[in-house]
Design a protein around this ligand. Structure first.
Ligand code: PLP
Length: 395
């Protein structure tokens, strides 16, 4: 048999490989629990049990009650439900940082909300944030981890400012990119609402959760059969929900080890790239970056980022051409976040962090996941610097 050619799938922030546990759970949900979970007969009750078991798993993973879980068709719908649902029910002003995913940012802009700047590390500027809050604010939405840079927000610190400056406001967090790496139940304990998306942690696409804590009221965005206690109508996606719960359980069970193992691979990748690509700047890292010859980078501090995130910027290189060369060598990555057109729009996240247009044009996001292997990192380290060198030779 011919040896298979090495590949490196390093686009896990766009989506992850579906976990075997999720696939194993989804098959019986399609073959046996196929009845409508809202029905009254025995088969319907069996399907409802599968959905409710999944609800219990997700509630525990998010540190909320089973009745707080609202199943959605993914992270975008969960974010939209939080923003539009609060705005339609409570009016007022909605506030978010400039680095939010567009599912929050565009929704907040649509409601005429306030968008707050971030510092050069991509963390919300606490002074500007505090200034943007007043008693007219009904919702604050701050993501737990950023989808481009992996930067993590301290939600407790932010919630304390919200309580002080806008005591009546609800607090939502988009934890879509965090769940694989961070104990969301603990990190988002101060949030009134939490968004999740299954396909970012080994579940299927098109299914997610908005956790809405007891007492929080929202205007539903989908009305009809009154499912999810009237908060989100539509027949339940039983296989998707069951697969998401299996992926969440596997994620929680293995998270500590995954963070250690993947974090070490990410460090090897980031250090290796910065040591071999002239002018490469790692995005949003703290500490000293001495970069002495030989690849030792002093004490670069990545503790503010999720373990799977490696993001660099290089002046004088076009990401689009770079990604083309990488794909030829079976290294699959991205520049900014994925969008429907596949086009590389300039990153609103890097712009908000003050990264120059020239540097942002040469950005590369290599995102590792629970399934990433050392062989993939070896392959990326062999291919990526070479691709940069080829582009530079033509510049
Ligand atoms: N929020 C963040 C931070 C994301 O990274 C994404 C997906 O890229 C979403 C929301 C949207 O999730 P979905 O793809 O499930 O609609």
């Amino acid at each position: 048999m011919a040896p298979t050619e090495p590949i490196a799938y390093l686009d896990n922030a766009a989506t992850t490989r579906v976990r075997p546990e999720a696939i194993a759970a989804m098959i019986p949900a399609m073959e046996a629990s196929y009845a409508n979970p809202s029905g009254a007969h025995a088969l319907a009750r069996e399907a409802r049990r599968a959905v409710d078991d999944a609800r219990d798993v997700l509630a525990e993973a998010l540190g909320c009650g089973p009745g707080d879980i609202v199943f959605t068709a993914g992270g975008t719908e969960a974010d939209n439900l939080a923003v539009f649902g609060v705005h339609q029910r409570h009016g007022g002003v909605i506030v978010c940082p400039a680095t939010e995913h567009h599912a929050v940012l565009h929704a907040v802009e649509h409601c005429g909300g306030r968008v707050v700047g971030v510092d050069s590390m991509g963390v919300v500027d606490l002074d500007a944030f505090s200034d943007a809050l007043d008693p007219s604010v009904t919702l604050v939405s701050v993501m737990l981890a950023n989808n481009e840079t992996g930067v993590i927000h301290d939600l407790d610190q932010i919630a304390a400012i919200v309580r002080d400056r806008a005591p009546g406001a609800l607090f939502h967090t988009d934890a879509v990119q965090a769940f694989q790496w961070v104990d969301v139940a603990a990190a988002a304990a101060s949030a009134d609402m939490i968004s999740l998306s299954a396909h970012k942690f080994g579940g299927p696409k098109g299914v997610g959760v908005l956790a809405v804590r007891e007492g929080v009221t929202l205007a539903p965005q989908l009305i009809g059969g009154g499912q999810e206690r009237d908060r989100r109508s539509g027949t339940h996606n039983t296989p998707g929900i069951v697969g998401m719960a299996a992926a969440a359980a596997a994620t929680v069970r293995t998270r500590t080890r995954t963070v250690l193992e993947v974090g070490a691979m990410r460090d090897r990748l980031a250090d290796g790239l910065c040591a071999t690509i002239d002018g490469a700047i790692e995005t949003a890292v703290g500490g000293r970056d001495d970069r002495p010859a030989g690849g030792d980078r002093g004490n670069v501090d990545r503790s503010n980022k999720v373990a799977g995130s490696c993001h660099i910027c290089v002046d004088g290189v076009e990401s689009e051409a770079l990604l083309f060369l990488l794909e030829e060598e079976r290294v699959y990555a991205s520049a900014a976040s994925s969008c429907a057109s596949g086009a590389q729009d300039p990153s609103h996240v890097l712009a908000a962090m003050g990264v120059s247009r020239a540097m942002a044009r040469g950005s590369l996001r290599l995102s590792l996941g629970y399934a990433t292997t050392e062989a993939e990192i070896d392959h990326a380290l062999a291919v990526v610097p070479e691709a940069f060198a080829r582009l530079r030779a033509f510049a």
